[in-house]
Design a protein around this ligand. Structure first.
Ligand code: GLN
Length: 491
């Protein structure tokens, strides 16, 4: 067992070792649990770890393998963001209002992972109800960046990104409404993918902004990401927005496209934004790399980019205010008694929700209120269409688009908490992708002088998740980066 080097163990490699009988899922799961005991007190990625449950699933996976079963993820330990339901286990959304909530059913993605034999280690920390970009909005505690414990891991899926970066799980699921998978992946030096809207069912994902939310994978490399994505994708009658179409084998396509040359667009408006000098330098290096690999790189224009944040902060809070109306002290979670029904509602919500959630509910309620709907929500929806059309037009000329993931590397804990607008602005490169419903991939692309991870985003046309992953695969191979955080190396 000591020969098992968790630091370099991908899902693909673990599956080989399991199939060859060199390791068991129990050993692998145990190794992850030991890692969690050692490192998680420092980084605080997990809200919930259940050893007994994890080992029981691992034992079952080992039995199945012995019986000749071959699930695509049989015996692989994963971490799940705590806004995705796993039957019989807590789902808190990092909110006091759901502190004692136990999920009564499995999310579709969980059902699919179970079918392929995955092992769940626990649930990971997030910004409350996935509202934030730093995981500091968790009602319980902030998660820390394993590359520098004074910095944020990004958010809202910060816990899942850190779990994978620290090898406290071989892969993870997160959710992405405006960048919540891609930005933490970038800040933590792992791969994260937001699939095309409707590729992955959201049944059993606690709703934040339903026209934007997508579930997606985190992993150490593109192949693992492609494998996880394949497993969780596909039509689901329980989610009316899920697309009734065949899902290709992404891992196979990676190999087929290993030398395919693409036309790659660089959106000029993304460079009008203030970029951290090392982010700017890194993206220039990535452009040179693409040219060196023989891809055709050209400038494209996404002229409505400048409205993306404003549009998002009308649409997302409006949908959030509607979705969060269900937390009323009656149906779910926290209930604080009052003298009347109204007082009970008020008290439950006042005590149950944190500041950022309340801010969003107020923004959204205002934007949807009588007389304001046309001026705000309807107008934002129209501008959203223009943003989407910008992309569709660009994709007439190019196959894929390359951008930075975030204008800066991981920022300091507390640096942006007193100024919500500064926090919102950090999502400028990821939000347009959700507004347009496109697939977006974040992959490690280098380091700053201070050894903080940098990342690059690949955006593709609707349902071309395969192409997005294919270009990512080529970049990853060429860069061949070592992405093991110092705190993990020191073990
Ligand atoms: N940071 C964005 C927000 O606060 C996006 C969050 C997300 O993708 N869930 O809404």
């Amino acid at each position: 067992m000591n020969s098992l080097n968790l630091n370099r163990l991908t899902i693909k490699r673990a599956l080989e070792l399991l199939d060859e009988g060199k390791i068991s899922s129990v050993e692998l799961t145990q190794a992850c649990l030991e890692r969690i005991k050692k490192i998680d007190p420092e980084v605080k990625a997990y809200l919930y770890v259940n050893e007994e449950w994890a080992l029981e699933q691992a034992r079952l996976a080992d039995e199945k393998r012995k019986a000749g079963e071959h699930g695509k993820l049989l015996g692989i330990p994963l971490a799940i963001k705590d806004n995705i339901l796993i039957k019989g286990h807590p789902t808190t959304c990092a909110s006091k209002i759901l502190q004692n909530y136990i999920a009564p059913y499995d999310a579709t993605v969980i059902r699919k992972l179970k079918k392929e034999g995955a092992v769940f280690l626990g649930k990971t920390n997030l910004d409350e109800f996935a509202m934030g970009s730093s995981t500091e909005n968790s009602a319980f505690f902030p998660t820390k960046n394993p590359w520098d414990l004074e910095r944020v891991p990004g958010g809202s899926s910060g816990g899942s990104a850190v779990a994978v970066a620290c090898r406290m799980g071989l892969g993870a699921l997160g959710s992405d409404t405006g960048g919540s998978i891609r930005q933490p992946a970038c800040f933590c030096g792992v791969v994260g993918m937001k699939p095309t809207y409707s590729l992955v069912s959201r049944f059993g994902l606690v709703a934040f902004a339903s026209s934007l939310d997508q579930i997606g994978p985190f992993a150490l490399n593109i192949e693992d990401t492609a494998l996880l994505l394949k497993v969780i994708s596909g039509h689901d009658p329980y989610d009316s927005t899920s697309a009734p179409r065949e899902v290709p084998s992404f891992t196979q396509i990676l190999q087929e496209n290993a030398n395919t040359k693409f036309r790659v667009g660089i959106p000029k408006e993304y460079f009008e934004h203030e970029l951290h000098p090392e982010v700017a330098k890194n993206i220039e290096e990535m452009i040179s790399l693409l040219k060196r690999l023989g891809h055709e790189v050209k400038e494209v224009s996404l002229p409505h980019t400048k409205y993306a944040i404003s549009v998002y902060y009308i649409i997302a809070p409006a949908e959030a205010a509607s979705n969060l109306a269900r937390y009323d002290g009656v149906k779910y979670g926290l209930r604080v008694e009052g003298k009347s029904l109204i007082e009970m509602y008020k008290k439950s919500r006042a005590e149950g929700f944190g500041r950022e959630v309340k801010r969003r509910v107020m923004l959204g309620t205002y934007a949807l209120s009588a007389g304001y709907y046309d001026a705000f929500y309807l107008k934002a929806s129209k501008v959203r269409t223009l943003i989407k059309q910008d992309f569709l037009k660009a994709f007439e000329e190019v196959d894929l688009i390359l951008t930075p993931v975030s204008p800066t590397p991981a920022f300091k804990l507390g640096e942006k908490t007193s100024d919500p607008l500064q926090m919102y602005l950090s999502d400028i490169f990821t939000i347009p992708v959700n507004l347009a419903g496109l697939p977006g991939l974040s992959l490690p692309s280098g380091f700053t002088r201070e050894s903080l991870p940098l990342g690059v985003q690949v955006i593709g046309p609707h349902f071309r998740d395969d192409l997005v992953l294919s270009l990512g695969y080529q970049i990853e191979k060429e860069l061949d980066l070592e992405t093991i955080p110092p705190i993990v190396k020191a073990l």
